[in-house]
Write a protein that binds this ligand. Structure first.
Ligand SMILES: [Zn+2]
Length: 464
């Protein structure tokens, strides 16, 4: 039984899926206006491992993670660069695909873009309007949080305290500083969509309520994101979705990954103490970065430093050396049977791995178990030569756990195969003059961080 720390219930609870054997997960993705930084990487790795462990446990997983491609940050940055918001999103999106791919993150089953879900957002706002949750000011449609009695239940805050503690000046006409915008009326030079309130664009919070609804329905299993999204973003999502879909709707479990601290301060853009993934990948293999994340439980803060990365590098090198050594021995070893001793070690390690991961995805515990296993096998190998069957059994076990952890084996082949297969498919489409399909495949690859170049000798590809 998998146990999950649920932010809403503020405790570890048994995970019971809504539909047996299936799990629907939505994780708030980044706003694609600037490079991916370490915080994005941590959130993406945390939920990638969670997703992969559900797959390991034979769940049929539907994993949805969005990209916000319209909001104030996007508009401001596009203006600064003198390009359209759409051009900005097309430019930044592949950076995330490249960096996430390097971190070994599986591409989500669905990666919705906010701008593709505006009709659903409008429908939700209309439903809230009908139920009396909204009011209109001169610049947009607002949500009145006082109308939702449970506002604050996720972040464990009382509306009165929030109101009193708010240092934000109440905008003219806003009934409470906590009220938030659902629909912003059009301003000159900004992208806009038609609606019953006139031309405008959605507020940030409504985007995720609409995308979860479209792709996972009125009720789904897990909603995740970084801890900083708990309030106000996720609180607002609940306030928007629950009144429309009814009590007990929306996400059954809420999961949040911890912050990254630098010198005991939260790493953030506003403090200027942040690192982009690209900067770090120039000095460290992305697998080292992934390994560093996994050494800390996803809910705890990571105290980031070069020392931490160096320690991760040393730890990971031990695994890689061990695997290389096993592969070398495998070529020289003879047949035989698996010893009882080794069998017992593998069983202990598998049980240890699973009980760590069942316990709210404790990756640091799981890595500890794998490390102990490697030590035990090394001791065994000092005393006796392992035969082919035994060496394969050790490798098989490591491969099994690495489907979740994604750090032990250095393999780029599967990626290459996938890319080659897609190029082949695109060539066939081009031959039959199906240029729409051909362009779609090119875009799909671009989203994986692969650019294609058509040359007289054929199509070549490279990683961005
Ligand atoms: Zn969101």
């Amino acid at each position: 039984m998998i146990k999950i720390y649920d932010t809403l219930r503020a405790k570890k609870v048994d995970f019971v899926p809504l539909n047996e054997g299936k799990v629907g997960i939505y994780v708030c993705g980044p706003t694609v206006y600037d490079s991916a930084h370490l915080g994005h990487g941590r959130s993406a790795v945390s939920f990638d491992v969670i997703r992969k462990y559900f797959i390991y446990r034979d769940y049929e997983v539907k994993y949805v993670s969005n990209y916000t491609d319209i909001d104030d940050k996007m508009i401001n940055r596009a203006k600064e660069e003198g390009i359209s918001v759409e051009e900005l999103s097309k430019k930044v999106f592949p950076i995330y695909a490249r960096d996430y791919g390097a971190l070994g993150i599986m591409v989500p089953d669905i990666q919705p873009l906010a701008t593709q879900h505006v009709p659903e957002m409008i429908e939700l706002i209309q439903a809230l309007e009908k139920q009396g949750f909204t009011y209109i000011l001169d610049d947009g449609v607002y949500y009145e949080v006082a109308k939702f009695k449970e506002y604050g239940k996720l972040s464990k805050q009382k509306l009165e305290d929030l109101r009193a503690g708010s240092r934000v000046d109440v905008k003219d006409g806003k009934k409470s500083p906590c009220d938030f915008v659902l629909w912003k009326f059009k301003k000159e030079g900004e992208p806009s969509w038609p609606s019953s309130w006139g031309e405008g664009r959605p507020g940030w919070h409504i985007e995720c309520s609409a995308m979860t609804w479209k792709h996972l329905g009125e009720k789904f299993d897990i909603h995740g994101g970084g801890l900083d999204l708990t309030f106000p973003h996720h609180e607002c999502e609940i306030a928007q979705s629950e009144p429309v879909f009814g009590k007990g709707s929306f996400s059954k479990y809420w999961m949040h990954n911890g912050f990254i601290n630098v010198d005991n301060e939260k790493m953030s853009k506003s403090l200027g103490n942040f690192f982009t993934l690209k900067e770090i990948f120039e000095k460290y293999d992305p697998k080292v970065v992934r390994f560093m994340f996994l050494q800390t439980h996803y809910r705890n803060p990571v105290n980031f430093s070069n020392v931490l990365l160096d320690q991760a590098k040393a730890g990971l090198t031990r695994f890689h050396d061990f695997v290389r050594n096993l592969n070398m021995l495998l070529e020289q070893s003879g047949d035989g049977e698996i010893s009882e001793n080794l069998n017992a070690e593998i069983n202990i390690a598998r049980d240890g791995f699973e009980s760590s991961m069942d316990d709210d995805f404790n990756t640091s515990g799981a890595l500890g178990v794998v490390s102990e296993f490697v030590k035990a096998v090394n001791v065994m190998m000092k005393n006796t030569n392992l035969n082919k069957i035994e060496l394969s059994a050790v490798l098989n076990f490591l491969q099994l756990v690495d489907k979740v952890l994604g750090v032990i084996f250095v393999d780029h082949e599967s990626v290459d195969d996938e890319v080659e297969a897609l190029i082949e498919k695109r060539n066939l489409a081009r031959k039959s003059r199906d240029f729409k399909a051909s362009d779609e495949i090119r875009d799909e690859l671009l989203n994986k961080g692969i650019v294609l170049e058509d040359t007289p000798k054929g199509t070549i590809w490279k990683k961005i």
